[in-house]
Design a protein around this ligand. Structure first.
Ligand SMILES: NC(=O)c1ccc[n+]([C@@H]2O[C@H](COP(=O)([O-])OP(=O)(O)OC[C@H]3O[C@@H](n4cnc5c(N)ncnc54)[C@H](O)[C@@H]3O)[C@@H](O)[C@H]2O)c1
Length: 451
């Protein structure tokens, strides 16, 4: 993203809609994302602060820049190296705050905050930000545990603040088109979704590098990083590879599944599964991690569809991330920046199923207008349409919606309610994985219980 300029983004976004080309067995349609607006004047821009400036915080800052709708005012982080990087990214202009995020929130010149600390810090920092009167863009998963969700929803209402949760995929032209196609009925009744997120590398499995200059008490503040998490001796492995440990993260389910869950809820227009059953384990990466390297989950939705979701860190021969929406009339298969829609052609015919009947009876049956040969193949590839989205990462669009909402005071599409449900489903996966029990969602009380 860093090398992906605003001009490039606009150029790609503006490429003609519905340009149609030929595929070997079908056609493709190029989707058009709404282009980013012209940059606002400094007075019309939203004044933004950043808390948590690691891998994601850096990407978010570049995306905020691309929107042209914000002034970058201040950034807080527990590692001095990340603050130096923030200075580098802003020609030295941004104010830096060494792990005193509450001081950043006290600043009256900041309207909104973009938050990307580790998951265990989401609740305290979001609640402090809302209480300080800031509108909040909070990275996914919105919560570290299910109970955190209603607290954030209630605080956003009490302080009348805008919230946007950072599963950016739903802001893409691709997912908006997929949602439109499902809603149109073109796929018939979609009763099954298959979704996956696979990797096979050490960094993909969250063994991120530890900066060689890291020194607790000098350029890093462990106690501030730890926040309300259980006390633990300083351990840089936990800081930079926190997704491996339950005290700070929910592992695969809340890091990766949450993206898929958010997208499936959006595309299927569903709110929340009624039950989830999960299984998995640390099957290969026995490097001291607590969270599984392989996880599979079955979600049952009251809208009469099931989701079969899986992830492994030990094989990436299938596309890293994908979703298949399987309907009675067609399938929509989404991988990366494109999806294909292929018509179903159900095999019908009575070959083997009447072979046990006496010959004369078979002939009589055929004479009644029935046919013996099954239609073949099941899917007509020549009818396939592939939709491509060349916009790239949809994070700028997702942030643009947030910044527009800060000014218009209209709800964002992925507000705290939406973010809570996606994260809660992710937490239910972990509750099931860890207990071995199927988890049931009680919509009335907004809680999960074992079946
Ligand atoms: N939407 C996406 O595609 C996407 C991608 C990556 C990460 N994320 C999310 O972003 C969040 C951060 O992930 P990351 O990979 O950037 O982690 P990271 O470890 O690289 O960065 C987190 C930063 O937060 C800082 N921090 C921790 N406590 C703090 C405090 N009290 N005050 C100020 N700063 C504090 C840390 O020092 C660190 O620099 C996670 O919730 C993750 O799920 C989202």
């Amino acid at each position: 993203m860093s090398s992906f300029s605003r001009r490039e983004f606009m150029r790609r976004s503006a490429v003609g809609a519905a340009g149609v080309g030929l595929l070997l067995n079908g056609k493709w349609v190029q989707l058009e994302a709404a282009p980013l607006p012209l940059p606002a004047s400094p007075n019309d821009r939203v004044n933004v602060g950043f808390i948590g400036f690691g891998i994601r915080g850096n990407i978010l800052m570049e995306a905020v820049k691309q929107t042209g709708q914000a002034n970058l005012v201040a950034v807080s982080d527990c590692y001095q190296g990340h603050l130096t990087r923030a200075k580098e990214r802003t020609d030295g202009k941004i104010d830096t705050n060494f792990a005193q995020y509450k001081a950043l929130l006290e600043r009256k010149d900041i309207d909104a905050v973009v938050l990307a600390p580790p998951d265990h810090q989401h609740l305290p920092i979001v609640l402090d930000a809302l209480a300080a009167g800031k509108d909040v863009y909070i990275e996914k998963p919105m919560t570290y545990r299910i109970e955190d969700g209603p607290k954030i929803i209630e605080a956003a209402r009490r302080y009348n603040r805008i919230t946007q949760v950072g599963s950016q995929g739903r802001s893409s032209a691709l997912q908006k088109k997929a949602r439109e196609i499902v809603a149109s009925g073109q796929l018939g009744k979609v009763t099954k979704v298959v979704a996956s997120y696979n990797r096979n590398s050490s960094t993909g499995a969250w063994n991120y590098p530890i900066p060689p200059d890291l020194k607790n008490g000098v350029n890093f503040k462990w106690e501030e990083w730890l926040g309300n998490a259980p006390k633990h001796a300083y351990d840089p492995e936990r800081v930079f590879r926190y997704r491996k440990y339950w005290d700070y993260s929910g592992g695969i389910s809340t890091d990766l599944f949450v993206h898929l869950i958010t997208s499936i809820h959006f595309i299927m227009d569903a709110k929340m599964p009624s039950s989830i059953l999960a299984a998995g384990g640390i099957l290969n990466r026995k490097d001291g991690r607590e969270a599984p390297d392989t996880l599979d989950a079955l979600f049952v939705y009251p809208e009469e569809f099931n989701v079969n979701m899986g992830s492994t860190f030990n094989n990436a021969s299938t596309p890293e991330q994908g979703m298949e929406f399987l309907g009675t009339k067609g399938s929509l298969t989404l991988h990366g920046t494109s999806f294909s829609v292929a018509a179903e052609n159900p095999r019908e015919g009575y070959s083997y199923s009447i072979d046990s009947w006496p010959k004369s009876l078979q002939e009589e049956f055929m004479g009644m207008g029935n046919h013996r040969e099954e239609s073949n193949p099941a899917i007509h590839l020549e009818g396939t349409v592939t939709y491509k989205d060349q916009t790239g990462d949809s994070t700028p669009l997702h942030l643009l919606e947030f910044l527009n909402s800060v000014r218009s005071r209209q709800e964002c599409s992925e507000n705290a309610e939406v973010g809570h449900r996606a994260a809660a489903a992710g937490h239910m996966v972990n509750l099931s994985y860890r207990s071995g029990k199927r988890m049931i969602w009680d919509a009335a009380s907004g809680t999960a219980r074992e079946a």
